[in-house]
Ligand binder design. Structure first.
Ligand SMILES: NC(=O)c1ccc[n+]([C@@H]2O[C@H](COP(=O)([O-])OP(=O)(O)OC[C@H]3O[C@@H](n4cnc5c(N)ncnc54)[C@H](OP(=O)(O)O)[C@@H]3O)[C@@H](O)[C@H]2O)c1
Length: 321
């Protein structure tokens, strides 16, 4: 499987695209390490910053107002993207993020940043979000080169709404619907520079055991209002990976005759990163998560390197994680 971790493969920048030249055995923590020690091993080996330019690239980042999404947005701005669409929950969050991005990227003109209020609460809200994104692009007669879907499935309210558990509904089904609407917009028309649809996933999806699927996993998940948070997170991410594979297949089928993908569809994991994941929860949740992150996690800035690199991979990165 292709990987976006620069420690695992030899990556070269050719014509502004990250090209996988040669596979080398992935570097992994020594087997004697486990648990926290493995996390520290990864923390101490962050990916390198890929020196890719995003000139003439129109980029959408969802969840762009905090942590990994914000850090990725800063990187695109620093790398001179032409248009940066911030998918955020409120205009105020977007304005705050915009200020930070301008300050840190040192770009003088703010015209390249557009804020789109992203609402995944209903299917029609997703359609409205999509219409706003399309409007932002058509205003400048642009297509979308990169969609980095980076919103988080960590929700304090796990009770089901409309028969489905909230994270499953918002971050699996609605995010997939948004991606489905966006896909036709992502096409650079240049085979050497494919567009990218990148889902931020997590290696924790690997913790989902086979037995969860016995007796219709989806129905169980929908019916169980007290799904514990780690289980909810892992299963949403696991389903998210299946969705990524589905989108990759759609792209394969539609571009089969051309023998080159116009859109690279992939997923990536930044590994454990310092972030505010628990901020919408009662105080004891961030109180537990934050000290662990302090000791074991990469910075969000380091984690965002993986995300941005995933959106610059060549065709070899298609369908990869
Ligand atoms: N941090 C890690 O260690 C880690 C590890 C592996 C994978 N990841 C993945 O990386 C992604 C970003 O994580 P993060 O740590 O940066 O999380 P974060 O700080 O909690 O940021 C999540 C972003 O998603 C937005 N969001 C949440 N629910 C939303 C909804 N219903 N509609 C629209 N936007 C919504 C948040 O908006 P508000 O600011 O309005 O809440 C925020 O901008 C997630 O997919 C996460 O699963 C993180």
């Amino acid at each position: 499987m292709a990987t976006t971790d620069t420690t695992a493969r030899k990556l070269h920048i050719v014509d502004n695209t990250i090209v996988v030249k040669e596979s080398i055995p992935p570097k992994a923590p020594p087997e004697r390490l486990n648990g926290f020690k493995t996390l520290r091993w990864w923390r101490n080996r962050p990916p390198s910053n890929a020196a890719v330019s995003f000139v003439r690239k129109e980029v959408l980042v969802t969840g762009a107002d905090s942590d990994l999404g914000l850090e990725a947005a800063v990187k695109y701005a620093k790398a001179h993207c032409t248009l940066l669409i911030l998918g955020v929950r409120t205009v105020e969050n977007g304005e705050r993020a915009k200020k930070k991005i301008l300050k840190r990227s040192k770009r003088l003109c703010d015209k390249f940043i557009t804020i789109v209020v992203m609402d995944l609460s209903t299917s029609s809200a997703v359609e409205r979000t999509f219409t706003e994104i399309r409007g932002a692009l058509s205003q400048y007669e642009l297509t979308l080169d990169i969609a980095l879907l980076c919103d988080s499935p960590v929700e304090p309210i796990l009770k089901p709404t409309y028969d489905w558990e909230t994270p499953l509904q918002l971050h699996t089904l609605r995010t997939a619907y948004l991606a489905w609407l966006l896909l036709p917009l992502i096409n650079t028309g240049k085979p050497s520079e494919p567009g990218h649809l990148t889902f931020v996933n997590s290696t924790s999806r690997g913790a989902v055991p086979r037995k969860w699927f016995q007796d219709n996993f989806l129905r169980k998940k929908a019916a169980n209002s007290s799904y514990p948070l780690p289980k909810s997170y892992q299963s949403v991410k696991m389903l998210g990976l299946a969705i990524m594979q589905g989108f990759a297949r759609i792209v394969d089928v539609t571009t089969f005759n051309h023998r080159s993908y116009q859109v690279v569809v992939n997923a990536c994991c930044p590994y454990l990163c310092k972030s505010n994941l628990g901020r919408n929860f009662p105080l004891h949740v961030p109180g537990t998560i934050n000290p662990l992150q302090y000791i074991l996690a990469r910075s969000a800035k380091e984690g965002a390197r993986t995300l941005v690199s995933a959106t610059a991979l060549d065709h070899d990165g298609h369908r990869g994680f």
